[in-house]
Design a protein around this ligand. Structure first.
Ligand SMILES: Cc1cc2nc3c(=O)[nH]c(=O)nc-3n(C[C@H](O)[C@H](O)[C@H](O)COP(=O)(O)O)c2cc1C
Length: 196
């Protein structure tokens, strides 16, 4: 092989190894296993196209009767994040996270009666898809709880949300500061086969 061809291959391999494609592990099982809560981020913005992909994953989740009662508020602007951080708990993390998604339920799209709380399951399914998509993109995120605690109302009021909109959680994400280490949570004793 010519020296120049050899050099070209080496350069191409180096480019591939450092590209975001190579860094982002998009194999399903790797993404599921690598997802872990990340609470510290680099001071580096997340591209809007990536956030849209992440939201697309969220909206791919199943919902009761396909109601899709979810609404998402994306905040990347530091001024807006700081304003929210000043008014609600976990403010320090909100301030430092380059991007946040407030996952909300729209009560005007929720079921009447005892099926009302299906919105929580619907929006939780979307939230997990969002966290997996964040991982697949080589980003790291954390779900911070809101509903059913009083933090939900605090976030609602701090953001001036419409009356029918209830925040379920705030997902904070960005490029991880350190390499995240997922926990091993496999416990066969939590499984019952055929009969309890
Ligand atoms: C409903 C819910 C609420 C959570 N609230 C918070 C929170 O307020 N602050 C936080 O740092 N992490 C929060 N987490 C993340 C959990 O602490 C985390 O998922 C758990 O410790 C397991 O770790 P892992 O995500 O790395 O597997 C929450 C997770 C869920 C599902």
């Amino acid at each position: 092989m010519k020296k120049t061809s050899y050099l070209a291959i080496v350069v191409l391999c180096a480019l591939f190894a450092t590209s975001s494609y190579a860094q982002n592990d998009t194999d399903f099982w790797s993404v599921v296993k690598n997802r872990t809560s990340v609470r510290q981020w680099q001071d580096k913005p997340v591209a809007k196209a990536d956030i849209e992909d992440i939201l697309r994953a969220g909206m791919s989740a199943p919902t009761a009767m396909n109601k899709q009662p979810w609404r998402f508020l994306v905040i990347t602007d530091a001024k807006e994040r700081n304003a929210l951080a000043d008014k609600v708990g976990r403010g320090d993390m909100i301030r430092k996270a380059p991007a946040i998604i407030v996952v909300c339920g729209d009560m005007s799209d929720a079921f009447p009666g005892d099926a009302r709380d299906f919105w929580v399951e619907d929006c939780s399914a979307a939230s997990e898809n969002i966290l997996l998509a964040i991982t697949a993109k080589g980003l790291g995120g954390v779900w911070t709880g809101a509903y059913p605690t009083k933090r939900s109302q605090e976030i609602h009021d701090a953001l001036g949300l419409p009356e029918n909109i209830v925040p379920l959680n705030v997902i904070l994400f960005g490029y991880p500061k350190d390499t995240p280490t997922p926990k091993d949570k496999w416990k066969p004793e939590n499984i019952h086969w055929e009969k309890w």
